[in-house]
Ligand binder design. Sequence first.
Ligand code: F6P
Length: 368
Amino acid sequence: MASKIKRIGVLTGGGDCPGLNAVIRAVTKTAIFQHGIEVIGVLNGYEGLICDETSLLEPRDVSGILTRGGTILGTNNRCSPLKYREGENEDGSPRYIDATDRCLATIEKHGMDALIVIGGDGTMSCTAPLVTAGVPCVGVPKTIDNDIHGCELSFGFTTAMTTATMSLDRLHSTADSHHRVMVCELMGRNSGWLTLGAGVASGSDIILIPEIPFDMDAICQFLDDRMASPAGFAIIACAEGARAAGEGQTISKVVGDSVDPVRLGGIGHRVADELERRCGFEVRTTVLGHVQRGGAPVATDRILATRFGVAAMELLLSGQHDRMITWAGGTIGDIGILEAAGKQRLVSLDHPLIEAARAVRTCMGDRR
Ligand code: F6P
């Protein structure tokens, strides 16, 4: 049966990550060259759908973008159709409206028969009202945090982990020269995948992840031994979401109009201050920040992103709408968008990488 789909929209939502352009290219080329389908780029995530900011994508628009970081469409992690900030209430507080109808109007105006949505769990949540309204949608998971439910590997993660690993490597020589303790705070939100991966890859001495609340006494004891050893320096890879047992996470700011308003940050400095006070070592802190999200995707992310883009088109044309592409068990699959929305995939405490880290005498911040 011939597909009724003649024109699709594609948008990138949430924080950017390396590989977004590779997906946009794969979707656009597959749609145009394999199926004769037109592609409309929606600009700046859901903002573009709400405010009718779009641009027709031709093959020349996606030529040469495979290797580029970021997204040619622009993105936005503050804007949700269900909670769109517009103007102010009488008391001066921000006024939020349900902008689902505006999204539907843009979709109708441009004759989009379906939507490919590239984003994380927040963007999948933003897609829910469109799914409910009957718009055929296919999700493509992206994140440097690698925390999307149902997806064991998302593109962008390997590039970010590589950047973080190279940064931790660089801290080694300066830590060694000064006989210092170096704390490096990494991103990842509530999950420890990025810090665990980069920590193990760089041979960090201590790895602190949100899934294992840390014990400062255990860390001090480990550091005493490490600093007294011939090495005489230490590297601590600390996830932004890490926390001491019995304490909450360290929040840097709350972004009111975001689907996921809490921005973590600051735990690296807190850990460093406490270590200096308690152990007396000279400690320095590096907060890696958005460097982890930038730059060109590594080869494996380009490949994964290309496969995800092609698979998204195949899924759409097979008539299976409202699903998100996944990578699970070493192969591409899919799950319901609504099933993936609003959930986070955390590191399990018996994960083989944690076992491997412990086996090479890495302190995971606890007493084991
Ligand atoms: O989800 C990706 C991510 O980079 C997280 O690791 C981090 O907590 C957050 O986004 C930062 O968001 P923002 O770009 O709004 O500062």
